[in-house]
Design a protein around this ligand. Sequence first.
Ligand SMILES: NC(=O)C1=CN([C@@H]2O[C@H](COP(=O)(O)OP(=O)(O)OC[C@H]3O[C@@H](n4cnc5c(N)ncnc54)[C@H](OP(=O)(O)O)[C@@H]3O)[C@@H](O)[C@H]2O)[C@@H](O)CC1
Ligand SMILES: Nc1ncnc2c1ncn2[C@@H]1O[C@H](COP(=O)(O)OP(=O)(O)O)[C@@H](O)[C@H]1O
Ligand SMILES: [Mg+2]
Length: 279
Amino acid sequence: MVNVKKITNQILTDVIRKRPANSFKGTYGKIVLIGGSQNFGGAIIMASLAAVYSGAGLVTTITDPSNQTPLHDWLPEAMFVDWNQFEQAEPIIKSADVVVIGPGLGTDPSALTLLTKVFHLVESGQKLVIDGSALTLLASNNLPLPKDSVNILTPHQMEWQRVSGIRIADQTPEKNQAAANQRHAIVVIKSHRTQVYADNHVYENTGGTPAQATGGMGDTLAGMVGGFVAQFKDPQKAVLAAVYSHSAIADKLAEKQYVVLPHQISEALPKFMYKHQAK
Ligand SMILES: NC(=O)C1=CN([C@@H]2O[C@H](COP(=O)(O)OP(=O)(O)OC[C@H]3O[C@@H](n4cnc5c(N)ncnc54)[C@H](OP(=O)(O)O)[C@@H]3O)[C@@H](O)[C@H]2O)[C@@H](O)CC1
Ligand SMILES: Nc1ncnc2c1ncn2[C@@H]1O[C@H](COP(=O)(O)OP(=O)(O)O)[C@@H](O)[C@H]1O
Ligand SMILES: [Mg+2]
């Protein structure tokens, strides 16, 4: 039997540190988010919003050019690169601390080409968050994960079925753990009680509400995972803190609203993190 540990609010003060006075934007990580086709622009905008609002130092969004204006309407803090201009994107991806790929990426051949290029570019020392369409493409093309980066997968149950071959009804902790270990990855399997598989440990989230069941909620989590991993040293703990914070904020908002919108979680992050930082 696998021991499934609960994620509690203790993870917040373990991870969210007080910002040192002698610091600058570079201290808090460079993060690149890649995704947002013409139809799914909202997904990468929501992910980027979450990365900036969780405190990542420098955020660049690499996306379809049709998303530049809405991205900057929502988020002037993010830099923009046209995903058709790969020669511009390449040095930015290479110098990033964290790359998030997949929210709204789509699954057409150009998305697969971009994903493959990114998998070849990332190196040791970098963290790669793989979400949404990138997981679907990974599964349908049997792509091996990059060998040297810290790889973090954030599938919902159907994406995990595609990636692991384990049908949703059969996704037990034992089977999930074996599949996560085999991939040497941190795997966040999202559901009403999200589980995190990391380094032969299994953690289960204790929060979350059906008010979160709305498109873009996972895109927001992917951006938060990127933002937390960019700033906080231990990637496993940073992932756990992001998962916990995402649902804790939603639970609080759901005390007074019927549905929680993904961007509202991002907007609540700075105050939430202030309240729960290590003293
Ligand atoms: N505003 C935007 O731009 C938005 C853009 N988005 C982007 O769209 C892309 C596609 O992502 P996707 O998740 O929407 O679609 P897909 O990969 O086909 O999976 C759905 C299939 O899986 C099934 N399913 C079973 N269990 C499930 C579970 N626990 N959670 C979820 N689904 C579950 C489900 O079952 P059904 O609902 O049919 O019963 C259905 O058959 C991706 O890049 C994403 O970032 C979205 O974020 C929305 C907002
Ligand atoms: N009933 C629920 N209870 C708790 N959390 C939920 C519930 N429904 C959805 N969520 C959360 O919302 C997110 C959905 O992710 P995902 O399906 O990838 O959304 P999207 O791709 O539309 O952004 C996950 O973090 C999941 O845990
Ligand atoms: Mg998703």
